[in-house]
Ligand binder design. Structure first.
Ligand code: NDP
Length: 446
């Protein structure tokens, strides 16, 4: 890559219409271009040109019977992006918006994120345009079984180990694991996020949210601040958002918002632990809508059709989906005094929004650094499966915390600018790149 613009023109030409993938590649290309000029061995071996093409992509038909015995069909995908430093690893997303471009962006990001964790995990991502919302447990099970009936031939404990993502939680992982076991007659760690009684790790459900908060703690420390008493806005109300709130509450922060695709809730006095318990039950058991909090929680308002970024806060935790913070949202956040962003979601801020944060020199943690705790703890689940043991909650949490501290240090190492400002985007991209690129150099042209 001699020139980012020319390089990107090629990416766009060869991957038409895959806007999120272009966005993710461009961000990395801009970060690593100066580094590549100083370290020509990577450009000479066309490392980045190789990294943007998946090692393998599998696309398959997923037919299933709904509760009325009607035949339904969805498309299934697995992108095996890069295995230079370990087996492919990354989540499965079930959401109607899923397409090849979205999964390629997620798989590409995953390569860098997994590298940052220091654990031996390559990058992958997969999923389907299936929408679990509004489906019965039986329908979800039938879909998961059909999905795994094809996926099982492509995964394995030393090949590719998927996990959860949007629309894929403990229930879906259970059904897929059951089907894998039936088809192969093997009980092995081919998925992470498993139930605690059958090979799962303590702290895995909490890990992405907790890890994001740990990373923000490290960022705040660089300015002598902590989270105690700080007003925090959180978007989403799924796995990542729920445990982000839990950890923030434990640290004495005041969380004032949560959302879903319908709108957001706002409680000025801050959500209590009891309110959070209500959300756990609402989202994970009843599978209801966040709007229902307005009737059930005193002092809680529901704002339909909007995202929570106009609410003044000290720290914002976007934890729903990609591109959920527009340029205007970013400007509003900065104008209202927000001084730190921890991205629980993957690529939740549009590129122009990232520029707004960086120009204002606020603390900005991109997803691949901030939310790497989930996959890191998946890596710890794999280790426990391999040695057939189960570590305590405290032990896993301590390892997670250390990994996040380490990722922060590596971002500072590669991202600190002359004026002292830490560009966490550059830091994460370069630190993530170096390890994978060196492994690719060592392994030759494969
Ligand atoms: P969940 O499915 O548990 O929750 C997703 C939440 O985001 C829901 O509240 C959902 O609302 C909302 N949401 C999803 N799509 C949209 C949309 N298009 N617009 C507005 N809101 C939306 O997913 P997770 O919590 O697991 O994932 C959230 C984010 O975190 C994703 O970006 C994911 O890639 C990322 N992530 C997850 C990890 C994990 O370990 N689970 C690890 C690292 C990153 P609704 O119910 O209305 O759809």
């Amino acid at each position: 890559m001699e020139n980012v613009q020319e390089f990107m023109a090629g990416v766009v030409r060869k991957n038409p219409g895959e806007l999120e993938f272009h966005q993710a590649v461009e961000e990395v290309a801009e970060s690593i271009a100066p580094f590549l000029r100083k370290n020509p061995q990577y450009a000479e071996a066309n490392i980045i040109e190789r990294m943007i093409i998946p090692e393998r992509t599998v696309i398959f038909r997923v037919p299933w019977l709904d509760d009325n015995q009607k035949v339904q069909v969805n498309t299934g995908y697995r992108i095996e992006m890069n295995s230079a430093i370990g087996p492919y690893k990354g989540g499965l997303r079930f959401h109607p918006s899923v397409n090849l471009g979205i999964l390629k962006f997620l798989a590409f990001e995953q390569v860098f994120k997994n590298s940052l964790t220091t654990l031996p995990m390559g990058g992958g991502k997969g999923g389907s345009d299936f929408d679990p919302k509004g489906k019965s447990d039986m329908e979800v099970m039938k879909f998961c079984q059909s999905f795994m009936s094809e996926l099982f031939r492509h995964i394995g404990p030393n090949t590719d180990v998927p996990a959860g993502d949007i629309g894929v939680g403990g229930r879906e992982i259970g059904y897929m694991f059951g089907q894998y076991k039936k088809l192969t007659n093997e009980f092995t760690g081919i998925l992470t996020g498993k139930g605690i009684n059958w090979g799962g790790s303590l702290i895995r459900p909490e890990a992405t949210g907790y890890g994001c908060v740990y990373f923000v703690q490290e960022m705040l420390k660089t300015q002598g601040k902590d989270l105690g008493g700080k007003v925090c806005t959180v978007s989403g109300s799924g796995n990542v958002a729920q445990y982000t709130v839990e950890k923030l509450q434990e640290l004495g922060a005041k969380v004032v918002t949560l959302s879903d695709s319908g709108g957001y809730i706002y409680k000025e006095a801050g959500l209590t632990e009891k309110d959070l318990q209500f959300v756990f039950e609402l989202k994970n058991v009843k599978r209801g809508r966040i709007s229902e909090c307005a009737n059930a929680i005193e002092g809680c308002k529901y704002i339909a059709g909007e995202r929570p970024w106009s609410v003044p806060c000290d720290v914002a935790f976007p934890s729903a989906t990609q591109n959920e913070i527009s340029k205007k949202d970013a400007e509003t956040l900065v104008k209202n005094g927000c001084y730190a962003i921890g991205e629980g979601a993957n690529m939740p801020t549009v590129p122009d929004g990232v520029k707004v944060f960086q120009k204002a020199k606020i603390l900005y943690a991109p997803g691949k650094a901030a939310n790497a705790g989930g996959v890191a703890t998946s890596g710890l689940e794999m280790s426990q499966n391999s040695i057939r043991t189960a570590w305590t909650r405290e032990k896993v949490d301590q390892k997670l915390r250390n990994i996040k501290i380490n990722i922060h240090e590596r971002c500072v190492e590669y991202g600190k600018q002359k004026d002292g400002y830490i560009n966490y985007v550059d830091g994460a991209n370069i630190a993530g790149f170096v390890k994978v690129a060196d492994a690719m150099l060592d392994q030759g042209v494969v």
